[in-house]
Design a protein around this ligand. Sequence first.
Ligand code: CA
Length: 232
Amino acid sequence: MNQPLILIIEDEEPLRRFLIPTLSSQRYQVLSAVTATEGLAMARSHNPDLVLLDLGLPDRDGMAVLKELRTWSRKPVVILSARNQECDKVRALDQGADDYLAKPFGAAELLARIRVALRHTLQADVAKPVMCSGGLRIDLEQREVSLEGRIVKLTALEYRLLEALVRRNGKVATHGQLLAEVWGPGGEGNTHYLRIYMAMLRRKLEADPTRPRHFITEPNVGYRLNLDAPGD
Ligand code: CA
């Protein structure tokens, strides 16, 4: 198979000097654009497998680029955001971005996010029926969850929350997305439910709930389920 083609839309020169060789060294094909206009034109002409998108571009807001991309492409978009862009980050995820990297980030984090985002497309949005990581085993078909070989009983809501995380296959889910999926329309404001249910999942499914390895908090954004925890 050809190496995936990644389009970088980013105007900060030092970051471009880091991104381009880092990605090329992993044998990704790399294209890069400095402005929104140039980036959208390249996306149209080359149909990249993944887009790394900066939110603060010189000619247009990165959010406008995301919206336009999403009118014709479902390919993964990973947002590159500054630490002070919390709201923008959540807005971008809610508008169809797949994940984000908060600047500054290192090579390992960048490559891990890209692998997760690409894996997600390859599996056509369908999670594997059975997933194992550490002592945690999740069987979506049988609706059965176990930790260290022992079946763990989950309530219907806990299971729905777990499933919503599993289906994202390692990608971040925003508070709004989880609330809407688990509690239904109108549930978006009830972030405290989410905190309570996440604590219950951790208590039942983490070997050490105070140091979660699987149920990861993304501060001010949401949660992700890490099923490739180090040491597995
Ligand atoms: Ca920028």
